[in-house]
Design a protein around this ligand. Structure first.
Ligand code: PLP
Ligand code: COI
Length: 357
């Protein structure tokens, strides 16, 4: 591999001389399973973040005593880059992802990353990887910024060295087919005072086993309830949850236990703009079951960067499956169209969310 060295203000670029792009079937993209030619790496050492570098996509080398392996000190973000009909590249509310990464960093005792490293690093990387942004309907370039403790030691305390990395994966939809969820009453995703509001890697690892149990029963996802009495609907594994009862769209308030989703808050604003009545309040499982029985329950959907707006077809609770009606003009399809039209630059963005790369 022949390498070309370029130096921007702060970010050094080592360009890959080869590309894998011709090996990718852009018409049949899965979610997050092929990666672009470059990645951004930034090291924290001697008490400071060093200048980031963009290098050819490659494995990283870590000491077996690195604290990520022992104490799970790691966090991540999920974002997407979209290409419009004129070939321009767009991000959606990227400063919010930067802010949330640093909220997660604080909770996991990881040093915060400066905004310029995050935004300049990301936009420089995206300028290099433009050709990797899919234009097929429903596809985009999924972006995974993450931080991990690379410093070593078996002492259970924060590491003294970290890595901030950004990788990109051209991706299709997160779910294939209908989303069937199981309302969980035994296991919990998070607890008051815990790390549920952070995008900590361990939050997801802790969900794998209960989710596998749900998959064995024929569901795709778990709906988490509060850890106290499993009384309130909280969120799904990778999405915030919306519930439509009659014509009111309800979602739970964010808390220590729930991720403050960027899609969630955008959906709330778009719904209000559409004149849809919204409520941010605690919602009990009993209320949802009752509404399902009476026919007042019209829709349930998940919202998240990876999942966009994913309608739920069925929810399972205490051995009973409740089917959701299939509506002609659902809120989910209206809201999905509005948000994706903004993301892909197909419509005016009156909210100021779209960010040109
Ligand atoms: N909830 C959880 C647990 C998530 O992992 C995600 C995905 O990022 C979301 C909600 C949705 O958040 P956002 O819309 O910011 O992607
Ligand atoms: C995202 O929606 O970007 C997420 O981070 C969810 C992830 C677990 C796939």
């Amino acid at each position: 591999m022949i390498i070309m060295e370029v130096q921007t203000n702060k970010i050094s670029i080592e360009r890959s001389k080869t590309t894998k792009i011709n090996e990718v079937d852009f018409d049949n993209l899965k979610f997050g399973s092929v990666y672009t030619d470059h990645m951004l790496v930034c090291d924290y050492k001697d008490g400071a973040w060093q200048n980031p570098s963009i290098i050819p996509y490659q494995p990283i080398s870590l000491d077996p005593a690195a604290k990520i392996f022992h104490y799970g000190q790691s966090i991540f973000e999920g974002m997407k880059a979209y290409k419009d009909a004129d070939g321009q590249t767009w991000l959606f509310r990227p400063l919010d992802n930067h802010k949330r990464l640093n909220i997660s960093a604080e909770r996991l005792a990881i040093p915060e990353i400066p905004e310029e490293f995050f935004i300049e690093g990301l936009t420089t990387l995206l300028n290099l990887e433009k050709d990797w942004i899919p234009t097929q309907a429903g596809s985009s370039l999924y972006i995974r910024p993450f931080m991990l403790a690379s410093g070593k030691g078996f002492h259970a305390s924060p590491a003294d060295e970290y890595k901030f990395i950004i990788c990109c994966a051209p991706s299709g939809s997160y779910f294939s087919g209908k989303v069937k969820v199981l309302i969980e009453e035994k296991y919990s995703r998070s607890a008051n005072g815990g790390v549920g509001y952070a995008k900590a890697g361990g939050n997801y690892a802790g969900q794998f086993y209960p989710t596998q149990l749900a998959i064995k029963k024929g569901y795709n996802q778990v709906i988490w309830t509060d850890d106290n009495n499993h009384e309130y609907i909280e969120e799904a594994g990778a999405m915030n949850i919306f519930i439509r009862i009659n014509d009111t769209l309800i979602t739970g308030p964010t808390s220590d236990r729930i991720l403050d989703g960027i899609t969630r808050k955008s959906i709330l604003d778009i719904a209000a703009d559409e004149g849809i009545k919204t409520e941010v309040r605690k919602i009990t499982v009993a209320e949802v079951v009752e509404a399902a029985k009476s026919g007042a329950l019209k829709e349930m959907f998940g919202a998240g960067t990876a999942a966009v707006v994913s309608p739920i077809s069925t929810f399972g609770y205490r051995g009973v499956d409740y089917e959701l009606p299939e509506l002609e003009n659902s809120y989910a399809s209206l809201l999905k169209k509005r948000i994706t039209d903004i993301q892909y630059n197909r419509a005016e963005d009156n909210f100021g969310w779209r960010y040109k790369v």
